[in-house]
Every structure is written in structure tokens, then in C-alpha cells.
Write a protein that binds this ligand. Structure first.
Ligand SMILES: *Cc1c(COP(=O)(O)O)cnc(C)c1O
Length: 400
């Protein structure tokens, strides 16, 4: 039996009648943008997140970018981002003309390291951008405390964390939170879509302005802006899926539990940790292995599809080769280690128990004979303020 990484058509098969009806409803309405479906989805998703406002946009990238722009962040500003994330987090910062300032996660890889965040602050820092990576919530409270002390915005990247909880607070209930509804995410559209969820009515209004050519009223353009809307078809699809999100996340959690129970004792691997304060959405199940590439080859031969999230850290990507955020190997050692050792096993709400069993068998067999994974010292010491002074030059000295 072959096990694909993720079967997206399974969600369609489960909800076929509802999804077909949603698509037909929009097709027949003659209204394809900025209509009743979007308005209803925005209300329903804000309520799901326990927040006040939701503004649908064209993608998760657009949600991050327009949230930053709505906060007035742009050229000359710096935004602290995780070194270990999907590059889209960084690209959104670059897109508004600001500079991503990467820092390593805590040694367990679960969250931005608050000590490193403090060390990376400069007089130009405007925001901290934590990512709830793999569906595991970032440790928000220490970051909110830093932001409060230094008068910074906190913009959360929740593209992988629909439905997760942090200290029983729903991810999405924060001040400014960006979501992606890319098809493979826990709540996925049948194309690109995203949203900014916020407590701030003025900020939501600003995102709605920025997503629509800077216009509230036809022929009147208040600011130079873009076109990035969550269309009616995607809104209707997301409305059909949203009521199933919690049940789907629960199924993901059951598979994750099964993997952890079966694989947690293998000396060649580290299974993903869950912090005491976290109720993850289990977007991904990422193990670590010293011989990741060999393990991946063996699993492929056994018919188990795996992916890497993500094999090249953004600071090593050609996209940042000419940017101060781009940096030589060793600069963000924890992130580099996670990029070299991380392997994502098949996981999704429609992965069957028999398939999970095949994965467990295959990983157990494939891991035999590989080098043991050293859980104590997976990485070196991240560079702090000194590195930033060197990279950014004088006048960009870290605070305190
Ligand atoms: C998917 C993703 C994005 C970007 O979302 P898109 O809808 O693909 O533009 C941003 N950040 C993270 C962490 C993501 O996983």
C-alpha cells in the first residue's frame, strides 16, 4: 500500500454535496467578488477565532503583507521573524519594503527565543512576527511582553494553525493574525485565499481598502493599493468546510498521537514535542533524524511519501543572498539544524488508521541501522546582537 503525503480530494469526497451546492449557488448568483459569501465567511471565521473582525484577501502572503501595510510598516522598518519558517513569512516583510530580521527558535524548536528577540531589536524595529509553525502555537506571552515594553506590534502568522489553542486561547484571537487558506492548509480553499483577523476595527477597514485598489467607493481611490480579494467561490467553499475544521483537527491529533506512541522510543529519531501550554492544530508532523535524506529515500522505496518543511532556511535562500538577512551557514544554527534534520510524515484529516499503520511500520524498518539522533545538543549557539551590528552597520545597534 502506498501512502501519499496528503490527499486533497478526500475532503471533496467527504463534503461533495455541500461543496457542489456551494459552487452552484455562487455560479448562479452572478456575483463573484465582494458579495454575500465573503461577508458571511468573514463573520463566521471571526466568530470561530473568537475575534471581532476578519478581512478576506487573496492569499496568506497577501494577508501578512496587507496587515503590515495597514500597520504603516514599510521602508526603513525592521520586523523580527523566525529564522525557521516558510519563506513566505519573510517575503511579506520584504514586499512592504521593510527588512526581515531573523532569530533562531528556542532549543526545542517550538517558538521564537525571547532572549534572541530582545537581542535583535534596534531603534528601527516596528513589529515581531511569530509563526505558529506546523500548527504548534508559538509561546506568545513572552513575545507580547517584549512588544509591550518596546511599543512594537505583534503580527501573528497563523497560516498553519487554524483551530490551535495557546493557553486555551484560540489562535486567531490576537490583535493582528494572518491566515492562509491555501488548499493544503488545515482549512483550505480550492485555490488561493487568506484573511486578516483582528481586534482592531480601523485595521480591518484599512485591509479592506488595501485589498481593493485603495477604494471604498467606485471611482474614488484614497491610497495607492493592490487587488487581492477572497472571491465568492472560495468563500463559499470555506464556509462549507469551516464547520468540519475541529473534527478534522481532532483526526489529525489522533494520527499524531499514534505516530508519537509508536515512534517516540526509536533512538534514531526525535518526534515532535508539544509544549505544556499548547493545543496544536497538527498541520504537520515533523520528526528529526541525523540521516534524514537516507531515511527519506528508504521511505520512498517503501511507498511512503514524505516532504521537508523546509530544507533551505530563508537566510540561505538565493532570494536573500543580497540582503542583510541572508547569512552564511552557522548564523542561525538551530534553524539550519531543523532544515537539515526535519522530515514530515503523511498527515491529514483523511489519512486512515491502516495508512498510519503502514507509515509506522515503514519508519520503524527504515530507521533501523541509522545513526542515533542526539536529542541533547541538536545545534550550536545562535549569534545575537553582535552579529546584527556587523550585518546592518552602525546606527542599527541592538537595544540594551
Ligand atoms: C502557507 C504559508 C504562508 C503563505 O500563505 P499563501 O496562502 O500560500 O500565500 C505564509 N506563512 C506560512 C507559515 C505558511 O505556511
Amino acid at each position: 500500500m502506498n501512502v501519499p503525503f496528503l490527499d486533497l480530494s478526500a475532503a471533496y469526497r467527504e463534503l461533495r454535496a455541500d461543496l457542489d451546492a456551494a459552487v452552484r449557488r455562487v455560479a448562479a448568483s452572478g456575483r463573484y467578488l465582494l458579495g454575500a459569501e465573503l461577508e458571511a465567511f468573514e463573520a463566521e471565521f471571526a466568530a470561530y477565532c473568537g475575534n471581532d473582525h476578519c478581512a478576506g484577501v487573496g492569499s496568506g502572503s497577501a494577508a501578512l503583507e496587507l496587515a503590515l501595510r495597514a500597520l504603516g510598516i514599510g521602508p526603513g522598518d525592521e520586523v523580527v521573524v523566525p529564522a525557521h519558517t516558510y519563506i513566505a513569512t519573510w517575503l511579506a516583510v520584504s514586499a512592504v519594503g521593510a527588512r526581515p530580521v531573523p532569530v533562531d527558535p528556542t532549543p526545542d524548536g517550538l517558538s521564537l527565543d525571547p532572549a534572541l528577540v530582545e537581542a535583535a531589536l534596534t531603534p528601527r524595529t516596528r513589529a515581531v512576527l511569530p509563526v505558529h509553525l506546523y500548527g504548534h502555537p508559538a509561546d506568545l506571552d513572552p513575545l507580547l511582553a517584549i512588544a509591550e515594553r518596546h511599543a512594537l506590534a505583534v503580527v501573528e502568522d497563523a497560516a498553519q494553525a487554524h483551530g490551535a489553542r495557546y493557553r486555551s486561547r484560540r489562535i486567531g484571537s490576537g490583535h493582528v493574525v494572518a491566515f492562509s487558506f491555501y488548499p493544503g492548509k488545515n482549512l483550505g480553499a480550492m485555490g488561493d485565499a487568506g484573511a486578516v483577523v483582528t481586534r482592531d476595527a480601523a485595521l480591518a477597514d484599512r485591509v479592506r481598502l488595501l485589498r481593493n485598489y485603495g477604494s471604498r467607493e467606485k471611482y474614488r481611490h484614497e491610497v495607492r493599493a493592490t487587488n487581492s480579494r477572497l472571491d465568492e467561490l472560495q468563500a463559499a467553499v470555506l464556509r462549507a468546510k469551516l464547520p468540519h475544521l475541529d473534527a478534522w483537527n481532532a483526526r489529525r491529533a489522533r494520527t499524531a498521537e499514534c505516530y508519537t506512541r509508536a515512534l517516540g522510543g526509536l533512538p534514531q529519531l526525535a518526534v515532535p514535542a508539544t509544549a505544556a501550554w499548547a493545543d496544536p492544530a497538527w498541520h504537520l508532523y515533523v520528526i528529526r533524524c541525523a540521516e534524514r535524506d537516507e531515511l527519506r529515500r528508504r521511505l520512498e522505496r517503501a511507498g511512503v511519501e514524505t516532504l521537508m518543511h523546509y530544507p533551505v532556511p530563508p537566510h540561505r535562500s538565493p532570494a536573500y543572498a543580497d540582503d542583510p538577512a541572508g547569512a552564511p551557514p552557522g548564523t542561525h544554527p538551530r534553524s539550519e539544524h531543523l532544515a537539515a534534520a526535519g522530515l514530515s510524515l503523511p498527515l491529514g484529516p483523511h489519512l486512515g488508521g491502516d495508512e498510519a499503520g503502514v507509515v509506522v511500520e515503514a519508519v520503524t524498518t527504515a530507521a533501523a541501522g541509522l545513526r542515533a539522533y542526539d536529542r541533547r545538543s541538536p545545534a550550536g549557539t545562535p549569534r545575537t546582537g553582535k552579529h546584527w551590528t556587523e550585518a546592518f552597520g552602525k546606527g542599527s545597534r541592538p537595544n540594551g
